[in-house]
Design a binder for this molecule. Structure first.
Ligand code: PMP
Length: 426
């Protein structure tokens, strides 16, 4: 811990809170955030040389694990030819084609640099297309730090207990309506009242920022139905779920096609990225075809495109996703069994390669209120015990776990053995 602690001391002087993204700061779990310097397969090594099995995977993107040799080779070859040109490049066409072929709702896509940019731009084009202002979102869903979407947000905003956000004028969130996730009745009621003013409903089709909470049966169907009835656009924020809960995203898994989709994380394979896309008539509202302005200096840069494409080829290879889902089940079920054996109340959710651990006896966990009622102290004790054992879980009870193609039998067994010892100390 020595080097990590030195670095954190320096970081705190130079960077607010010592971190460039709040949830990294260990505020929820206590202690000092760990500085990492190297990854390989399912493992990463901290600045003091300690090895961990990683279930954060850079918060989702590393679906092929750390430093996969094939991906690194493609990135290095591309980088050797120049990092960015600020012009169109072939890689953009290849990645856009891949996404359009793979994600059911995409007829066209635009590439951006982060998930935040994707959701922000999707809202803008939805408002322009419908000529309406109101946006519906769900409590505990997180769509990046877009002003209008920070109301009752999940992830770091939830861990740090910021219900709204200072610096966001009330006028900016005046058109945002936040509803309870998985509550179809609340959605129906809201659209009965405001339907004609609602530009779009944005949802994480599997909630991954209030830990991992899959949609209840019929919930996504209801969202599709009411938005269609009222001429509002349905936006799936698949920044996290894209290529994580299925090779065609949550929309493929649950058979619901939204009007617009936001992507990020996996599609950049660990490089900064985002994308939004969907119906051609909506997407052609964007400049330079239409008047809705949206732009990016480094959008579609060749290195990100190479990392993204190489990663997507791995996860969509025949049988790859199915294998990953099986590994994830082995981990989730294995942890549950060890909790049961130790008499620790634990509920487990899984969707594709994402999983959620909830310290509660109130299973199944489907609502935000249940997530908030979990035993946070028990999670924190488990988190620190696992850390000592060399297993790196997300440092907050409201984050999902991510498994990669590189998590093999050895890594899984190490994790389950560690969990057995950790539960004894919870
Ligand atoms: N949407 C969802 C569902 C996310 O999980 C995230 C990030 N965790 C974002 C949007 C924002 O993406 P970024 O951090 O790349 O801006």
């Amino acid at each position: 811990m020595q080097r990590t602690q030195e670095l954190f001391q320096q970081a705190r002087e130079l960077i607010p809170g010592g971190v460039n993204s709040p949830v990294r700061a260990f505020k929820g779990v206590g202690g000092t955030p760990i500085f990492f310097e190297r990854g390989e397969g399912p493992y990463m090594w901290d600045a003091d040389g300690k090895r961990y099995v990683d279930y954060v995977c850079s918060w989702g993107p590393l679906v092929a694990g750390h430093a996969d040799p094939d991906i690194m080779k493609r990135v290095q070859e591309t980088a050797a030819k120049g990092l960015s040109f600020g012009t169109p490049v072939e890689g953009e066409v290849d990645l856009a084609r891949f996404l359009v072929n793979q994600i059911p709702s995409l007829e066209m896509a635009r590439l951006v640099n982060s998930g935040t940019e994707a959701t922000m731009s999707a809202l803008r084009v939805a408002r322009a297309h419908t000529g309406r202002n109101k946006i519906v979102k769900f409590q505990g869903n997180y769509h990046g730090h877009v002003d209008a979407l920070l109301a009752q947000a999940g992830s770091g905003a939830l861990t740090l207990g910021v219900p709204g956000c200072p610096g966001v004028p009330e006028s900016v969130v005046a058109d945002t309506i936040a509803l309870p996730y998985n509550d179809a009745e609340a959605v129906e009621q809201c659209f009965n009242e405001h339907g004609d003013d609602i530009a779009a409903l944005i949802v994480e089709p599997v909630a991954g920022n209030m830990n991992c909470v899959p949609p209840e049966s019929g919930f996504l169907e209801k969202l599709r139905e009411v938005t269609q009835q009222h001429g509002s656009l349905l936006i799936f924020d698949e920044v996290m779920t894209g290529f994580r809960v299925g090779p065609q995203g949550a929309q493929g898994r649950y058979g619901i096609t939204p009007d617009l989709t936001c992507l990020g994380k996996v599609i950049g394979g660990g490089m900064p990225v985002g994308a939004f896309g969907g119906r051609r008539d909506v997407m052609e509202q964007l400049a330079p075809v239409g008047g809705v302005y949206q732009a990016g200096t480094l959008a579609g840069n060749p290195v990100t495109m190479a990392a993204g494409l190489a990663t997507l080829e791995k996860i969509t290879a025949p049988g790859a996703f199915e294998g990953l889902e099986r590994t994830t089940a082995e981990i989730a079920d294995g942890i549950k069994q060890r909790a049961d054996a130790a008499g620790v109340p634990l509920a487990v959710n899984q969707a594709g390669s994402m999983f959620g651990l909830f310290f509660t006896d109130d299973a199944p966990v489907t609502r935000f209120e249940q997530v908030k009622d979990c035993d946070l102290e028990a999670f924190n004790r488990f988190f620190h015990a696992m850390l000592e054992e060399g297993v790196y879980l997300a440092p907050a009870a409201f984050e999902a776990g991510f498994v990669s193609l590189a998590h093999d039998e050895t890594a899984v067994q190490e994790t389950l053995d560690a969990a057995e010892r950790a539960f004894a100390r919870v």
